[in-house]
Design a protein around this ligand. Structure first.
Ligand SMILES: Nc1ncnc2c1ncn2[C@@H]1O[C@H](COP(=O)(O)OP(=O)(O)OP(=O)(O)O)[C@@H](O)[C@H]1O
Ligand SMILES: [Mg+2]
Length: 481
């Protein structure tokens, strides 16, 4: 009897408890607004789930208005991680400018990584914020999308992840970006205009497709080595320049006859360092104000090129209003004045800048430009030599000019080439005339003989030209610093 009473009273107590819970619940449903309710539920839920041993880091795409570098690095880095067996969806993309397909994580997918025996899980999250503006236009929607990565790992590895893993991700991403970097060519002639014909920026750009590299350059091996080492040293010396209080920049003067590879060398330097190239045509600049604007809009890690300085620069008749030039006197902007101007601008706001001048006539240059310390390295590009020919023969015909088993015509060509005064451009043109090596080399032999005969004839006609050739010989070779 007593047991029945207890059971029934317990039952009725439970019924009334359940009833009141339902009442509370329905009252809560009516009285508490939706967002607060779901917040409370999630908090309650959290209280009753067992404590996790994992730590999750949230890596938002934006940090205020700026981009979060860790997010950007993670995006690049994760593309290199092998897809885990649990991955079911991936995003695949390619734009017309990209060389290969890129694969990225899809929303809510995860990838696993291991670093020094620490297991890490990356998850990509994308949420569309509901308060995405009233207009509901495309741009509003886009800005309302919030993306982030979640990085989870065991709590005990927290310090390791912060001190080693994340720096590793940042460094890897930098290296990958550097590898994939497409060198750009900026030129004023590539400028684009908007509808009312105002220039969109000071420079127009295109991918620099120039295939020239140090391997393909027909240069004296010593000179090639010197240039490459000089560039490497320059790039390495951030601290040195800072300590010495010098602007981190280096000037090269390339001189020599047309077709000896001055422009090709600039492309090779840019491809080697992965620096963008700014081709500054001074003739296209009409005011000093514009010059300043154009120079200020160049970026770091770039090469500023002024070609043919002996002929394109007729700066003397410019209208000079700018006070920067007042010390030069009225109507007198010299090349060295321009250089001082660039120096001043760059020491205040530029890093890792290279400036290259080219000329066919070093003797016509303003002596101020040749003064010690003005241009750091002078490089003389001259007529094709034996070693130059060997490189070109290997580039164009795939034959080894200097190896153990040279082509029968190579000996004859090498005998002729040093005395014939032909440029690498002329040799290259001859080598391209025929698909088969025999024909091309035969063509080159006749060309060299013709050239030699011509130069002998002119030598006979004028005594002065031998003098000139001698001068040329003593001029050869590069002078550093
Ligand atoms: N040293 C070289 N090594 C390899 N190729 C060369 C070399 N010099 C010239 N060439 C070939 O000749 C072409 C013309 O050379 P480039 O435009 O570099 O000469 P340049 O010295 O700049 O002439 P210019 O004084 O007329 O501007 C190049 O596209 C390249 O194919
Ligand atoms: Mg050139």
């Amino acid at each position: 009897m007593t047991t029945t009473t207890t059971a029934s009273s317990m039952f009725s107590a439970y019924a009334s408890f359940a009833g009141s819970m339902m009442l509370v619940r329905s009252m809560a449903n009516q009285l508490i607004p939706d967002p607060i309710r779901s917040y409370l539920y999630s908090k309650l839920n959290y209280l009753f789930t067992p404590l996790s041993s994992n730590l999750t880091m949230i890596i938002d795409e934006l940090s205020g208005a700026a981009r979060n570098q860790v997010y950007d690095a993670a995006e690049v880095y994760l593309k290199t991680i092998a897809i885990s067996p649990s991955t079911e969806r991936l995003r695949v993309r390619k734009t017309s400018r990209q060389k290969s397909i890129t694969i990225a994580m899809h929303k809510d997918e995860q990838l696993s990584d291991t670093f020094h025996n620490v297991k890490l899980t990356w998850r990509f999250k994308s949420t569309e914020a509901t308060n995405g503006g009233s207009g509901g236009g495309r741009s509003n929607k886009k800005s309302a999308e919030k993306r982030h990565f979640e990085l989870s790992f065991h709590k005990k590895h927290k310090d390791k992840v912060i001190d080693s893993y994340l720096p590793h991700v940042l460094a890897r991403a930098d290296a990958i970006k550097e590898e994939q970097k497409v060198v750009k060519l900026y030129s004023r002639s590539l400028c684009s205009y908007d509808d009312d014909m105002t220039m969109i920026s000071s420079w127009g750009s295109a991918n620099m497709e120039h295939p020239s590299t140090f391997e393909t350059m027909a240069l004296d091996p010593e000179m090639k080595k010197m240039i490459m080492e000089d560039l490497e040293r320059f790039v390495r010396r951030r601290e040195f320049y800072k300590k010495a209080g010098k602007a981190w920049k280096r000037g090269y003067l390339l001189y020599g006859p047309p077709g000896t590879g001055k422009s090709s060398l600039i492309a090779a330097m840019a491809n080697y360092l992965k620096y963008d190239v700014y081709d500054l045509e001074l003739a296209s600049i009409y005011s000093n104000h514009e010059l300043r604007r154009v120079l200020l809009s160049t970026t770091n890690r770039s090469i500023l090129v002024i070609e043919d300085i002996d002929c394109t620069v007729d700066l003397k008749n410019r209208k000079l209003k700018d006070k920067d030039y007042s010390h030069l006197g009225p109507n007198k902007l010299t090349l060295s004045g321009l250089l001082n101007f660039i120096d001043g601008l760059w020491s205040s706001c530029g890093d890792e800048r290279i400036i290259v001048f080219t000329t066919n006539h070093k003797d016509r240059l303003d002596p101020a430009l040749l003064r010690a310390g003005r241009m750091d390295v002078h490089i003389h590009l001259s007529y094709c030599t034996t070693s130059g020919f060997r490189i070109l023969a290997s580039n164009y015909l795939g034959i080894d000019g200097g190896g153990n088993n040279p082509h029968p015509l190579c000996g004859e060509i090498e005998g002729l080439i040093e005395s014939a005064e032909v440029t690498p451009a002329e040799v290259a043109e001859e080598l391209m005339k025929s698909d088969d090596a025999d024909g091309a080399l035969q063509g080159l032999v006749s060309f060299l003989k013709r050239k030699k005969a011509e130069s002998n004839k002119t030598e006979d006609e004028s005594e002065g030209s031998t003098e000139k050739a001698k001068r040329q010989k003593t001029d050869e070779g590069e002078e550093t610093e």
